[in-house]
Design a protein around this ligand. Structure first.
Ligand SMILES: Cc1cc2nc3c(=O)[nH]c(=O)nc-3n(C[C@H](O)[C@H](O)[C@H](O)COP(=O)(O)O)c2cc1C
Length: 393
């Protein structure tokens, strides 16, 4: 089943595997680097059906990192090099677009916005409530970004509507306390998402797949729960999106709900430059980034609830590390699987599954890759000399 061709919207993939958007940290100065091209090219030559470039911001105001991709009209030539390299290896190219909202770093973004303002301990930031005009501008930024990436040759766009970034902040009752048309009732909390998707769908046109990454649950009490995600999925199906990626978690409240396991806070702190952040992370990181139990296919049970509620293609993600689990997920009715850590560990993972060289990933789920990406390029514990010793810092 994994190794059968399948279409997502108008795009034919050579198999049902997609490299999940996992922030590479390889865009210094907000530009595509040769390191980013090399990495995605290696995932493509490693057999993936489609690879997703992670967490590109549609606007300066949405940037969380200095080494994060920013999409603007100057990006077309460098993005073309990236899509060209991916296509030459036989894979389709997708890019995840989003806006950080309260997770934007004001020193880089110039402003920090959220649906209704308030303090965010995890930045730490003090976002201000976004105005109606800013809402309209950001919807426009999404649509401009899609025009640019389409021209640059991407086959698919993945809109990041999960993990507690701006769209997810609108959806969540925890961060959206607005009293106007964009807050309060569930339908109002969905309004920003729907308007973004209409703009994206329109700009993408019929030749490009539009995929949306959503939360099954925010992962903490007071956040969005599964009953509302089922309704979000139905809404997006009605808007004509080509697929949904089913994830969960909230970076400013339950970050480890996304990836599970524990965050190696000492590594994260070690690579930070800002002394306040460094010592804050070292001493309080364990409390703020609480461990969550990891199991293979950890979102599967919740994702099945969405499977029975909608007919559109669904992408299962979260702890898919073995061929057995991947095949099980596909047999249960999911159309594609997304994989992140197993491909950070080994970009050739999919071909190795195909040839029988491996049946399961060698990734130990140490989450070293996550701790590293905040301050530089992501890296795998098992490939960095001395990293084991670093873990015991
Ligand atoms: C280093 C790293 C960076 C990530 N960055 C992003 C991101 O930019 N956008 C996103 O939607 N998810 C991100 N994720 C989450 C992954 O897309 C995926 O949902 C999660 O890791 C579960 O898949 P896995 O078990 O195959 O790793 C990241 C994960 C890792 C490990």
């Amino acid at each position: 089943m994994l190794f059968t061709e399948s279409k997502i919207g108008p795009v034919l993939l050579r198999n049902r595997s997609i490299r999940a958007a996992a922030f590479e940290g390889m865009c210094p100065g907000h530009h595509v680097s040769s390191e980013l091209i090399r990495y995605h090219s290696s995932v493509a030559s490693g057999g993936i059906g489609m690879t997703t470039v992670a967490y590109a911001s549609v606007a300066q105001s949405g940037l969380s990192f200095a080494h994060q991709l920013l999409i603007n009209s100057n990006s077309i030539p460098e993005l073309r090099q990236l899509t060209g390299a991916i296509h030459r290896e036989g894979a389709a190219a997708a890019i995840q677009i989003g806006h950080g909202g309260l997770m934007a770093d004001k020193k880089i973004s110039g402003v920090c916005l959220s649906p209704s303002g308030g303090f965010n301990l995890y930045g730490p930031t003090w976002p201000r409530a976004i105005s109606m005009e800013e809402i309209r501008n950001i919807i426009n930024d999404f649509s401009n970004a899609v025009r640019i990436i389409k021209e640059a040759g991407f086959d698919a766009v993945e809109v990041h509507a999960g993990h507690g970034y701006l769209i997810s902040q609108f959806l969540s009752p925890f961060t959206n306390k607005r009293k106007d048309l964009y807050g309060g009732l569930f339908a109002n909390r969905c309004r920003f998402l729907v308007e973004v998707i209409r703009a994206v769908r329109d700009a993408a046109g019929p030749g490009m797949a539009v995929v949306v990454k959503i939360n099954l649950r925010d992962g903490f009490r007071g956040g969005m729960e599964l009953d509302e995600s089922v309704e979000v999925a139905k809404l997006l199906e009605a808007e004509g999106v080509d697929g949904l990626v089913l994830s969960g978690g909230f970076v400013s409240k339950a970050p480890m709900y996304v990836m599970r396991g524990s965050m190696p806070v000492k590594i994260m702190a070690h690579y930070m430059e800002n002394p306040l952040m460094k010592y804050g992370t070292r001493f309080f990181g364990g409390i703020l980034m609480k461990s969550e139990p990891f199991s293979e296919g950890y979102f599967l049970d919740d994702a099945l609830k969405i499977r029975s509620a909608v007919k559109l293609p669904l992408v299962c993600v979260g702890g898919l590390k073995s061929l057995e689990m991947i095949e099980r997920v596909l047999e249960l009715g999911f159309d594609f699987v997304q994989i992140a850590r197993a491909l950070i560990h080994d970009p050739g993972f999919v071909n190795k599954l195909k040839s029988g060289e491996v049946v399961t990933s060698g990734c130990k789920t140490s989450n070293y890759c996550i701790a590293r990406m905040y301050s530089g390029p992501m890296a795998c514990l098992q490939h960095v000399a001395g990293a084991d010793a670093e873990m015991g810092l």
